[in-house]
Design a protein around this ligand. Sequence first.
Ligand code: FEO
Length: 430
Amino acid sequence: MNGCAHENAASAPVALSERIHWVGAFDPQLRTFDIILKTANGTTYNAYAVRGSAGVAIVDTVKEEFAGDFFTRLEQIAEYHEITAIVLNHLEPDHTGALPELMRRAPQARLYVSFMAQVMIKALLKQDALEYIAVNTGDSVSLGDRTLSFLHTPYLHWPDTQCTYVKEERALLSGDVFGCHFCDTRLFNDRVGDFRFSFEYYYAHIMRPFRKQVIDALQLIEKLDLSIIAPAHGPILRDQPQNYVARYRELASPRLKRDVSADEKTLLIFYISAYGNTARMAEAIYEAAHQVNGVRASLYDLAGGETNSFADMLEEADGLVLGSPTINGDAVKPVWDLLSSLAVINVTGKLGAAFGSFGWSGEAVRLIEDRLRGLKLRVPMQGLRVKLIPTLEEIEACREFGRSLGEELMSNRPARILDFTEELKSSYST
Ligand code: FEO
């Protein structure tokens, strides 16, 4: 037993409609994807063939080691000379592994990629002379009586990602969006086993860090007339596909309504303390920050909370302040646990700061600051360190630190967001 429900594991294509076939592959043995994602029953690499009166389009391929399954399925529904278009919704190797061989077998086919894919595609294929057509939202390709339209959905899950809509079939070939790692050869959501956990888990790890981009994509997708969503992984959503769109909308929306007004800013202060010294610093910082007009500060002892709940709060907060003692030249584990949990949310541009009491060397504050910068928070103030028990003067310095943080938070300085594709986007638009 390999964990993937096998009803018809033979390499046959699967019809989504008369004109669209699944020609992907099953990978029931996979347990870890992209190093960080677990899957209890493997995954599927979904590729599709769309037939029009004037040609066949292939949308995505499969991981290289499954290319044999892909070509076996494809050859049962199309001949290579019929292929006029190859569309890549996403360049990650699990979807482009069979591309070089497909291009060799169908050399007449034109290659369509998102305009944001240009920065990567030549490096991926190692072909300097590669010819392709870059497309954006609003562009389309005719297959005669079927049309492929493109929706640019960057960062879901790479900067290059797009969805392809076949309007005559009311079908969205959605790439990683609405996908999940779940292997079941019955393929359709009304026939497979319970994949709710996989769907939520995939969203939490792949899409959640890009909440703004999810909302942007939903604004495009929610306008579509949909009878089926065919993602690049996991079940094909033909039963009530709108429910999955609605679920993305829920997941991308704030989980709890914050009872703060639009002109207030929230500052979350977390600390952990061995002998009460870092705790005293935290209380002084909190009291002063909270007195700054417009700042809604909160104080939490990391010894008494679950990291996941804190990450949910941080997703909505405007600033994060972390206090840790230095033990063996490092910040303590609960602090690193909280920082590592931030990998699945977007904290870019939030205000960050660190503080802590120390005995000998006091590395913790600098190490936390480095990590906050690595997560793209802005860290405008040097962290505050106190040797052992804070004196009255040092407690006053903590208050000053808290006041300054509060004022910085209310200064509305713009977040500095790094985006390596900016240059490409501007060159495309000129
Ligand atoms: Fe399924 Fe982001 O690759």
